[in-house]
Design a protein around this ligand. Sequence first.
Ligand code: NDP
Length: 250
Amino acid sequence: MNENIKDKVVIITGASSGIGEATAKLLAQKGAKVVLGARRTEKLKTIADEIQADGGQAVYRKLDVTKAEDNDAIIALAKETFGGVDAVFLNAGIMPNAPLSALKTDEWHQMVDVNIKGVLNGVAAVLPTFISQKSGHILTVSSVAGLKAYPNGAVYGGTKWFVRDFMEVLRMESALEGHNIRTATIYPAAINTELLEDITDSGMAEQMGSLYQRYGISADRVASVVAFAMEQPADTNINEFTIGPTAQPW
Ligand code: NDP
């Protein structure tokens, strides 16, 4: 087991499915103590039970990332249960893509709330702890839509471009201020998860569904990237990863 993962306390947001679930299971197998957050607690319970049955350590808590108090509470749970926090994987996100002309303004605001404010809340909740202990690792999931513009994904892409900029400045400021905090931003392409279930535009659901059916790869692949980032020595920050199906051209 890698010493940079074994016994490390890792909070994972959006741990009830997809990339978050796969990452929780992989890190727990590698000896991390995982703290799972999402809104669907019944799913979290099943995942925590599976991890424990496999010999790992996991606790969970209801977490709505849009609520600052929920983010504070999951940090408190990690400290109460495992005595601290070493890393947070701010993974929760939604992607109800549609053309702008469909004017799905409620969904625009939901994406801003979850994908942007959720990351801000998560960072705000953990930063005082990481600053005072002069160590910590903050990992997030942007998207290839945070690197390139895609029609029908203006707002989703905008939230993911935000994550890219925010994480780079967080990395720079942490280094400038001597806080010794590592950061990593992951830019996945098509990964088979529950993400497309958020899409309410029928044309978009069909189009993206066939793209994912053709190209999509397993969420385990992204979990391996999270583990790789964490496995590096404490003086080494691998801060950006793009990952997607070999066969996917864009
Ligand atoms: P899933 O839909 O499987 O997982 C999304 C997770 O986010 C769920 O656990 C969900 O849990 C959680 N979530 C949603 N809203 C909230 C909220 N308000 N508070 C707390 N948790 C919330 O999709 P993925 O695993 O694919 O998504 C994970 C991340 O990866 C997202 O940020 C997504 O944008 C990003 N991504 C995914 C790609 C892909 O192709 N799959 C490509 C690029 C990026 P619950 O509903 O229980 O709260």
